[in-house]
Structure formats: structure tokens, C-alpha cells
Ligand binder design. Sequence first.
Ligand code: ATP
Ligand code: MG
Ligand code: MG
Length: 348
Amino acid sequence: GGVIGILGGGQLGRMLSVAASRLGYRCHIYDPSPQPPAGHVAQHVTTAPWEDVQALAQFAAQVDVITFEFENIPTATLDLLEPLRPIRPGRRALSVSQDRLTEKEFLRSLGLETAPFAPVDGPEDLARAVDQLGMPAILKTRRMGYDGKGQARIDTAADIQPAWDAMQGASAILEGFVSFSQEISVIAARGVTGEVAAFDPGENVHEAGILRETRVPARLNGRQRSDAVLLAAKILNALDYVGVLGVELFVTPDALIVNEIAPRVHNSGHWTQNGCSIDQFEQHIRAVAGLPLGDGGRHADVVMENLIGDDLDRVPELLRTRDVAVHLYGKPEVRAGRKMGHVNRIIR
Ligand code: ATP
Ligand code: MG
Ligand code: MG
């Protein structure tokens, strides 16, 4: 037993709490918002701002280890928590992935491929970067973007100024457009003793910047499949990582190109709940609690589909469909573009 502290109480924190509870742990969620989805299943919830020194100290005193479901935790929050309890995965993984520029430089330092990129801190930088990288290109805020938010595509010169305006003054990077045949992701874990276990790569379909579907197995040859897993292990080792990591990749005829990494359980790993004996959530809890990892083996082909906004109306029908497992997040209100749940369809 013991108490696992989780920073962030969204659906990922919720599913982590369920997995922890199956292993006999209790969870304590820390989230600034009043009704976090994880609040219904975790045993303890602290609702306080990330800057609340007293609430953070109390939270730390009540848990044995701290993890997170959300990578945009302010650095100051971590500074306060770090001396009090182990944070897994550690600080470096978080700071590297919080900033797209640091992230790409880190990945390149490991010899991995990324999209061509250039930092953009003003309109002159942007003009120069477009000259250098060509079009199409994508301008992205360096920090805080998710689900395709904080991005603007540049196809012609007329898109340049509006793209800069869309950044609202934030530091950005321009990325050259990768013309990929597929997008895949590797969900992999590393334990406290350095053992690594990876799940089978999944093939991802995005719609309007949001993940729509993940399918396993991904359509890859043997070489691509093992390269994908090996590069994830390389990232885990370089960060001395403990926990589950998501690595998003573009597949081209010549290479696997790393798009971004997420230092946490990942939406494209939800298929593991119904495709593996040990899913990504249990794997993460095992890692941060210092338990042996599960092996990550897959026992079925699965299509995971996100339920976004009004997709929730399809739940009654989905519940009547054979071989479909429905997972709902209990969010208080439906909003367009909001992830409300997902389904895992077992393919026999
Ligand atoms: P997430 O919710 O996964 O964190 P995000 O907001 O961080 O998303 P990205 O993963 O950077 O956004 O981009 C979202 C999607 O946009 C990608 O999955 C891909 O489909 C497309 N995309 C992003 N960058 C590029 C690129 N350089 N070339 C081609 N397509 C891209
Ligand atoms: Mg992202
Ligand atoms: Mg992404």
C-alpha cells in the first residue's frame, strides 16, 4: 500500500487512480480546477492553485511519491515539491518536453531525427525561418500547446502575418512540414532499476489536430517496428526516466521522425486497457511505485476511438456493440472538441 500523489486530475489522472487502486494504493490528486474528473475515483483531492505553497507542502506530506498526468506544471511548483518527495518521472523529462525548442534540441542531441525547425521570436525571425525552411510549414507556440492549439499552418506568403498574430506574442518555433505516410506512437516504460518495457507501436489518425483513432498493430515493417521501440528506449535512458512515456513519430520512406514526446501516459496508449494484460496506467503506477514492470505484450488487435464532444450521443449504441469496451471520463459538461471518453474495439 501507500499513497501516490498525482499532479493533475483529468482523465489520465482518473485512469491512473483506478489502476493504482487495483494494486492496493490510494491516490491523492492535486488540481487547481474545482471538479477534476479524477476526483470521483481518487481517495483524496486537493483543490488549490499551482502556486499555493502551503497546500503543496501539505500534499507532499500526505503522499509517498509524486507523479503527474500533465506536463505543463509550473517549474516553481516542482521546486517546492522536489525536496519533499521523489517526483517520477523527474524534472529533466518535464523541462525538456515543456518547450518544443528544448525538446527538439534534446532529441537531435541523441542522434534522432526531427522536423527541420527554427526558433521564432518576432516577425523578422518568421520571415527568415520561412525562407530557410520553405512552405508548407507550421508555426507552433514553444509552450503550452496541445490538441493542435497554438499552431498555425503557413502554405503561402499570405499566411505569414496571420500566423504570427495567432501566436499572440508568445515565443514560437517554425517547423518544416513532414510529408509522412503514417503517424505512429510508442508507449514505453522504464522502472526504477532501469528495466524498459514497450507496448506495440500504434498507428494514429488525427482530425483537426486532435487524436481521433489509434490502431494496433500499426502497418510497419519489422525494421520500422524495432527502430521505433529502440528509439523510445534511448529517450528513456537518456532522461534516466521512471514511468510511462509517449513518443509521437512520423513515418516516411527513409526514416522515423520524432514529432514530440509526452512524459506521461498518453491518449494513443488507451488501447492497452483492452489489448494487454498490463495496461499503460498500471505500468506507470508499477514504475513510480518501484514495482516490477509488466511485459507490455499484446493479446488482440484493437482500434481505439476517442469520443469527442457530441460523440457521447453514440454511447447507448456502443454499449450494445459486441467487443467494444466503453471508457467514460465523467466530465461535468459536453463541449465541442473536448475528449469525453473513448472506446476500445477488439478486432477478432
Ligand atoms: P498533442 O495533443 O498530441 O500534444 P500538439 O498540440 O502538441 O498535440 P502536435 O503533435 O505538434 O500538436 O501536432 C498535431 C498534429 O499536427 C500532428 O499529430 C500531425 O498530424 C500534425 N503536425 C504537427 N507538426 C507537423 C509537421 N511538422 N509536419 C506535418 N504534420 C505535422
Ligand atoms: Mg503535444
Ligand atoms: Mg502531438
